[in-house]
Design a protein around this ligand. Structure first.
Ligand code: GLC
Ligand code: CA
Length: 560
């Protein structure tokens, strides 16, 4: 206890007070992490059995993608009972055990709250669709019409109309995702109260926080074609936060595809009235054609990437908080996306990690990222994701070339991130004794945890060191961010500084070497981490990354 108080006091002095500001969070996609009973699907006991692995990595919290009861139309993002665990994953008792076992290792559990919609099999919806007189009817968003003419032409996230005719209700209901994910009506105070009660119930179970699925879409106004950032959004979020999160010491992260730095200052205001932070996707949306869908591929505009990170880092400094991520269960693997998953897989995975983990904010590691796991190229029958399968069908029907459709799928399918975790080179990569729900990436023979944990030079050990550095050097948490070499077409470099010290991150983002005076200059300082053993001071090798700490007492000006 005394030690804890000292740590707190020390943290106050250097300007951060919340545990999550110095935390690293690991995301688990439960169905693909570890199966414990041979049914081919990852589960809670499987996660428990791998907690020591996460302890070794040194993370502070686990964000669990949804494990509540669900028909699994969208792999759990369609919840039919918020207060029970899906039998596929285990029981409430398993969940309690996970919370307590993780707690013993200093790891908190973050639940995924899907509050924009439920499953159409949720008892609320089953009641609601029985007719307009039903007390639950107004829990969802209904419009009159005839079965052939939807109220308007809005499209759903996974293809098709956002309106589904319910013969039972004799009305249309609104759904921003699949037809099995009807949108909740947040304008109804009863809906909001039910949700708050449910959240408080999970808080009593000792969860460490929540990730809020598509939270910027809850205040939709379909008649005006408004999906995210509806006029009531922040009113609802503040009420939600007041009624729930503010009663505990939680981390909360809202998923907000429509966030801008200005909005993020609201969402993550240090006064704690909304969330701890949001996931924003500006950097993630860069490699697609403007105004089109993610499937419409375009090369990454590197200077723009730098500009966006710079903007987010500087505009939230001391008045908000960033989340730092490359990967999640909806995104392709970063090493395949913006690194080189062949010749320089290890180097580029480490470079991308350095670039991200040197910034201000809370870093997220998505399962397998710490091993440098890669995208897959399967035949279409082997994909499982509803979004991918719908896209394939729609584009083939619209007359696209199969080759082009598959190129989009290889590059952007969410299943790239959902293949089973690669633990060892045994059958199915140690993920299951049964038949895995989705095929394991064939490269598991080479890329797996057993070949990396404790092995110097591995991607895993590199991540482990990055996590440790965040604990050792407060400047990583509280330091100001200053972008360097802004117009350089190949090098990504920035400074972090607080009253005590300065740190430099310098990365060659590409696969050809580059001469770099700044790298040479800083090579007199202390190298904290780098991805090449044989360093040539003034030349950055393919995907080379270095993080330097300035020696104490050196007040030399940096050449920009
Ligand atoms: C979020 C989730 C995604 C899900 C969608 C609908 O974007 O991350 O996996 O399909 O919301 O709930
Ligand atoms: Ca299982």
């Amino acid at each position: 206890m005394v030690r804890e108080n000292m740590v707190q006091a020390e943290k106050k002095k250097i300007g951060f007070e919340k545990w999550w500001q110095n935390a690293v969070i690991y995301q688990i996609y439960p169905r693909s992490f570890q199966d414990s009973n041979g049914d081919g699907i990852g589960d809670l006991q499987g996660i428990i059995s791998r907690l020591d692995y996460l302890g070794t990595l040194g993370v502070d919290a686990i964000w669990l993608s949804p494990v509540c009861r669900s028909p699994q139309d969208d792999n759990g993002y369609d919840i039919s009972d918020y207060q029970d665990i899906d039998p596929m994953f285990g029981t409430l008792k398993d969940m309690e055990e996970l919370i307590s076992e993780a707690g013993k290792r200093g790891i908190r559990i973050i639940m995924d709250l899907v509050l924009n919609h439920t499953s159409d099999e949720h008892p609320w919806f089953v009641e609601a669709k029985s007719g307009r007189e039903n007390p639950y009817h107004d829990y969802y968003v209904w419009r009159d019409g005839d079965p052939k003419t939807p109220p308007n032409d809005m499209k759903a996230g996974f293809g098709g109309s956002a309106w589904e005719w319910s013969p039972e209700a004799g009305q249309y209901y609104f759904h921003q995702f699949s037809a099995k994910q009807p949108d909740l009506n947040w304008d109804n105070p009863k809906v909001r109260q039910e949700i708050y009660q449910m959240i408080r119930w999970w808080m009593e179970k000792g969860v460490g926080g929540f990730r809020l699925d598509v939270i910027d879409q809850i205040a939709k106004v379909p008649d005006e074609r408004i999906t995210n950032n509806g006029p009531m959004l922040h009113t609802y979020i503040r009420e939600l936060s007041r009624e729930t999160f503010q009663k505990g010491d939680l981390v909360t992260v809202g998923e907000a595809w429509g966030a801008t730095p200005d909005l993020a200052r609201l969402y993550s205001s240090p006064d704690g009235t909304e969330f701890s932070m949001v996931f924003q996707f500006e950097h993630i949306l860069l490699d697609q054609q403007e105004g089109k869908e993610k499937w419409d591929l375009a090369p990454l505009p590197f200077l723009k990437l730098k500009e966006i990170f710079n903007q987010w880092q500087t505009s939230l400094y001391q008045c908000g908080w960033n989340s730092l991520f490359w990967d999640n269960h909806d995104l392709p693997r970063i090493v395949s996306r913006w690194g080189d998953d062949k010749r320089y897989r290890t180097e580029s995975a480490k470079m991308l990690a350095t670039l991200l983990h040197g910034m201000q904010g809370t870093p997220y590691i998505y399962q397998g990222e710490e091993l440098g796991m890669t995208n897959v190229r399967y035949s279409i029958e082997e994909y499982r994701d509803i979004e991918t399968l719908n896209l394939y069908r729609e584009r083939m029907e619209a007359g696209y070339e199969k080759e082009d459709v598959m190129a989009s799928v290889y590059a952007k399918s969410r299943d790239n991130a959902r293949t089973p975790m690669q633990w060892d080179n045994g059958i199915h990569a140690g993920f299951t004794d049964g038949i895995p729900w989705m095929k394991v990436n064939p490269n598991y023979q080479e890329i797996h945890a057993a070949a990396q944990v404790g092995v110097p030079g591995s991607v895993f050990e590199y991540y482990r060191r990055l996590v440790a550095l965040r604990k050792e050097y407060p400047v990583l948490t509280d330091g100001r961010f200053l972008m360097l070499m802004e117009k350089d077409e190949q090098v990504f470099s920035y400074l972090r500084e607080n009253d005590q010290c300065r740190m430099l991150v310098i990365c060659n983002f590409f696969g050809n070497p580059v001469e770099c005076a700044l790298a040479e200059e800083w090579d007199q300082e202390i190298l904290l981490i780098g991805n090449y053993e044989d360093r040539e001071a003034g030349v950055l090798k393919p995907y080379e990354a270095r993080m330097y700490l300035e020696k104490a007492g050196n007040n030399r000006e940096t050449v920009l």
